[in-house]
Design a protein around this ligand. Structure first.
Ligand code: CTP
Ligand code: CA
Length: 226
């Protein structure tokens, strides 16, 4: 057996990770966004790299430093994130989509700053393309596709539904009900659900330790290369 393969079980494997929010432009100075920090996705990218994978990180706008020895592809909008993810998908063996992609984007982007006028104002939005579902539709047998689900109610059923609908190998359910879990924190509480509907419930942990739990499950799916 090869010593380095034991320590770097993902050596020679390409991984694709998405992270952070997307910003959907309204006009030259405004956007629709969300509070995703990108920390969860960056921690997963780091952990996959530490296991030997060749990692590409498609990242929405975050305040995080660029990680070493990881190819970072910066994007802003959901449309740009889709394009970047599709570009790297075919060659990736492990794909983890942890980005908080905007579900809707303005139908039109105003070319000039919108001036305030009426007391009430609304912006027409259209759905963005579901990146994860698009990749799920193209997934080959030798690719492992992992998604996240952010739910506030009916958590397990909603997450299982996303797993099936988007053709995932497993889904990481983010529990927003617990204090210290979610977007603006350094910790997360997750439940990992597989295609058989089996779930593993993990306690509240640092996002680095959650990334280790996710990667240890990834390793169970990757056939060992001796
Ligand atoms: N996702 C994506 N592209 C989108 C929306 C979501 O790739 N346009 C991915 C996220 O990266 C995540 C998963 O889909 O891995 C689930 O995201 P979530 O917001 O929980 O679910 P949605 O399918 O968007 O449904 P809803 O927000 O209505 O619960
Ligand atoms: Ca969503």
């Amino acid at each position: 057996e090869n010593y380095s393969n034991q320590n770097l079980p993902l050596l020679g494997k390409k991984a694709l990770v998405s992270a952070g929010p997307t910003y959907e432009a309204i006009d030259p100075v405004r956007f629709i966004g969300n509070h995703s920090s990108g920390k969860m996705g960056y921690a997963i990218a780091q952990q996959l790299k530490d296991l030997g994978a060749d990692v590409t990180l498609v990242s929405g706008p975050t305040a995080l430093p660029k990680p070493d020895q990881i190819t970072v592809v910066p994007v802003t909008s959901a449309a740009e994130m889709l394009q970047a993810c599709e570009k790297y998908f075919d060659h990736a063996a492990i794909i983890v989509m942890s980005a908080a992609v905007a579900d809707y984007t303005p139908i039109e982007v105003a070319s000039q700053k919108i001036k305030k006028k009426e007391d009430e104002f609304s912006i027409a939005l259209k759905k963005t393309t579901d990146i994860l579902a698009t990749l799920g539709g193209k997934k080959k047998k030798d690719q492992l596709l992992i998604g996240f689900a952010l739910e506030t109610n009916n958590e397990f059923e909603n997450a299982k539904d996303k797993l099936v609908r988007k053709n995932l190998d497993f889904i990481v359910l983010n529990s927003m009900q617990d204090q210290g879990a979610g977007f603006a924190t350094d910790t997360n509480k997750v439940t990992i659900i597989n295609r058989s509907g089996e779930s593993s419930v993990f306690p509240l942990k640092s996002k680095e330790d959650v990334a280790k739990d996710i990667c240890s499950i990834i390793l169970q799916y990757i056939p060992s290369t001796i």
